[in-house]
Design a protein around this ligand. Structure first.
Ligand code: FES
Length: 106
């Protein structure tokens, strides 16, 4: 299993155990992590699963695809480390991943 820690805008941390092949968003929803809405269910069509990837992890996670970049235009307070969590596939290399949830979704 791969450990992922979600940190909300108030600094509260919640760690979950994620199955490789699932997405970061699916694990947030499955564990009722607040701050991830995922209205479209992971279709890269809503931008309400927006997260900020911890600076130490951005190169491991990798960049957003062009389609994801387009959808991120609809997210709230986008930063260079913004990603849509439904587009981040859990891999063994992501064990220990930290993502921050924004103060609100789009
Ligand atoms: S869940 Fe809708 S874009 Fe990620």
């Amino acid at each position: 299993m791969v450990k992922i820690t979600f940190v909300d805008s108030g600094g509260t941390q919640r760690s979950v155990e994620a199955e490789p092949g699932s997405t970061v968003m699916e694990n947030a929803i499955r564990n009722a992590v607040p701050g991830i809405e995922a209205e479209c269910g992971g279709a890269c069509a809503c931008a309400t699963c927006h997260v900020y990837v911890d600076e130490a992890w951005t190169s491991v996670v990798g960049p957003a695809s062009p389609m994801e970049e387009d959808m991120l235009d609809f997210a709230f307070e986008v930063k260079p480390n913004s990603r849509l969590s439904c587009q981040i596939k859990v891999r063994p290399e992501l064990d220990g991943l930290i993502v921050n949830t924004p103060s609100r979704q789009a």
